[in-house]
Design a protein around this ligand. Structure first.
Ligand code: HAM
Length: 443
């Protein structure tokens, strides 16, 4: 085959796709600003170690990495969170808290390209640092929902599945599994929805042996709970240890405050308690969530639109003083597809305001001066780059989607005017050259 194609999982953005991508960028930026977040940025290339040490094993397998000419091991960023934690940690003392920052950037993951997952995607990240209470989780969750609503999606399009790693850790502790074992078990729970039951049981074997079916039955009960009262009943029935009991009670009170605040902010209709979400990344410590599109029957479709949660120890693990943090990432791939599928992507036609129709060489310099005047005033103006007949030019003007045509013919030149035609109504008027700007403004 002749020519080159872009690499698997990468995209060329032709103007229409670029306009659609930029629509998302605009919605993301405006939503973040409405919530008082400030924009920051990080390098595309990072030390390999920052990413291998601080992201989950799944992301490490997907790194694009190489040795640079100075012998450094480097990788393209697969996500922003470790770099952001470094930025915040290294200036922790001088930054005013809470730190509310957002970013839009291209991320790279060597995944198997499939619907909703590519090797390069753009991600909107919003994070709050320096606030340990659920007020920050609430801000992040509300921003995530409001951002999706601002794209034009509605009540029946998506759902935010809210869970809590801290409850999971306590649940596993009550069963005697802590530290690495708890993390290993959470890794299995994270994949539970995508694996057949037999495979899940096999993976649970090392920790639960013959008791694995009982454990799985308990897990199924837990992940089917949709009400806070249900969570309270579940945890009330499994814990006998007093210290753990106290911790769980405090946690469930935090849940109550979080859900109340989300309700007051008007985003409750999108929030669904769902402990089936534990998140694949290793650094999460508290509330975690993922957003999925839903179909008419309320079933989840496709891969996640967004995901995030609390990660209170990442800054500390990078060698800086501990700093609580919570945030989310939202990708452009699934969201862009969903907006197109649901007819929610707005028409993004980049038409000029005026198309200039130019007679011969004598009229050309008059028309080009007019183009310059109109462009300087902020109008989008086009004219044929080479001399072509009038008929062809009117065709080009129509195809361009312009609302107005300005005609510079021999007759107009003699009279010191131009003809202004509204291409939608067909109305025409003669305009003196000095009146051009006013006439275009009024047309
Ligand atoms: P994540 O769940 O790995 O989280 O990614 C967040 C979102 O980015 C996903 O829900 C999805 O929309 C999109 N995404 C991820 N990978 C791909 C891919 N290969 N192709 C297309 N879209 C993709 C994180 O990255 C965390 N760092 C988010 C975060 C920020 N947590 C706290 N702060």
């Amino acid at each position: 085959m002749a020519g080159f194609e872009c690499l698997p999982g990468f995209r060329d953005f032709y103007p229409e796709a670029c306009a659609q991508r930029n629509f998302l960028f605009r919605v993301w930026t405006l939503a973040a600003r409405r919530f008082g977040f400030q924009e920051y940025d990080i390098p595309t290339l990072e030390p390999l170690e920052l990413l291998t040490e601080k992201s989950g094993p799944e992301i490490v397998e997907q790194l694009f990495h190489f040795t640079d000419k100075g012998g450094r091991e480097v990788a393209l960023r697969p996500e922003l969170t470790p770099s952001l934690a470094r930025m915040v940690g290294s200036q922790a003392n001088s930054l005013k808290r809470p730190i509310k920052w957002f970013n839009i950037a291209e991320n790279f993951r060597y995944e198997k390209p499939q619907k909703g997952r590519l090797r390069s995607h753009y991600q909107f990240n919003a994070d709050v640092f320096g606030e340990p209470g659920e007020g920050a989780d609430c801000e992040i969750i509300a921003l995530c929902v409001e951002t999706l609503l601002a794209t034009g999606l509605g009540a029946k399009d998506f759902r935010l599945r809210l869970s809590d790693r801290s409850l999971w850790i306590d649940f596993l502790a009550a069963l005697g599994h802590e530290g690495e074992a708890a993390l290993g078990i959470l890794g299995v729970i994270d994949k539970m929805e995508r694996l057949p039951q037999e495979a899940v049981l096999e993976k649970l074997e090392p920790w639960f042996g013959d008791a694995r079916e009982d454990f799985l039955a308990q897990v199924k009960t837990l992940v089917s709970i949709r009400e806070l009262e249900g969570l309270k009943r579940f945890f009330g029935s499994i814990v006998s240890n007093a210290a753990l009991r106290e911790r769980l009670d405090a946690r469930l009170e935090s849940w109550e405050r979080l859900l109340n605040d989300l309700d007051a902010l008007g985003v409750s209709p999108w929030i669904h308690i769902d402990l089936g979400i534990v998140r694949g990344l290793a650094y999460y410590t508290g509330y975690v969530f993922e957003v999925f599109a839903i179909d008419g029957g309320g079933n989840y479709v496709g891969r996640a639109l967004a995901g995030g949660g609390r990660y209170d120890h990442l800054v500390g693990r990078l060698g800086f003083p501990e700093m609580p943090a919570v945030g989310f990432g939202m990708g452009d791939v699934m969201l862009g597809q969903l907006l197109l599928e649901r007819g929610k992507m707005p028409p993004l036609i980049d038409a000029p305001d005026c198309f200039l129709v130019v007679g011969g060489p004598a009229e050309r310099s008059i028309a080009l001066k007019a183009a310059q005047t109109l462009r300087a005033a902020g109008y989008r103006v086009e004219y044929p780059l080479k001399p072509v007949g009038f008929g062809k030019q009117f065709k080009l003007a129509g195809q361009s989607g312009a609302r107005l045509a300005l005609i510079f013919g021999e007759e107009e030149r003699a009279a010191g005017t131009a003809k202004l035609r509204n291409l939608q109504s067909g109305e025409e008027q003669s305009v003196a050259m000095e009146q051009l700007l006013d006439a275009v403004a009024e047309a």
